[in-house]
Ligand binder design. Sequence first.
Ligand SMILES: [Zn+2]
Ligand SMILES: [Zn+2]
Length: 178
Amino acid sequence: MNLVHLLPVGKLEPSLLEDLRRAIPTRFGVRCEILPVELDPAPAYHIERQQYHSSELLQRMQALAGPEHGRLVGITAVDLYIPILKYVFGEAQMGGPCAIVSFYRLRQEFYGLDRDDALLSQRLLKESVHELGHTFHLHHCQDYRCAMASAHAVEWIDLRESSLCESCRSNVESTVQG
Ligand SMILES: [Zn+2]
Ligand SMILES: [Zn+2]
């Protein structure tokens, strides 16, 4: 399984996707392409939460995913949640094929700070590597610097590297090459 496809879920800036497409192959031994279609997140909107149910989006992505896509990673600007949590930065299907990442809460503007495109791009990469790691069977890692460390606030994401620790890397290599 050496191919990753990025799927825009709703409207987003092409440069964000392009940064990811270039960076992901250097974190995993995979090729990465952008799917020329867009998935509409609207059916997963829940008015009582004013958020989008990430598991529902994953199900809709799975209906699109064929074996030719390898892993499918949705990238979205909308705010995601699962019912037991206030929000999630992303969600993945353990072992694949689909994952989704939101940058709604990765933007400095969300916290009342000045826009910082470079920081946003770094955070989005870290979160994408993290969710993609789950699709390659990786669990959370105790090393807070590893991309697979769990993060429930953006400050924790900033502590992480955008790459895997040695132990996670060796675990994922067998999956990616297998
Ligand atoms: Zn995780
Ligand atoms: Zn690790």
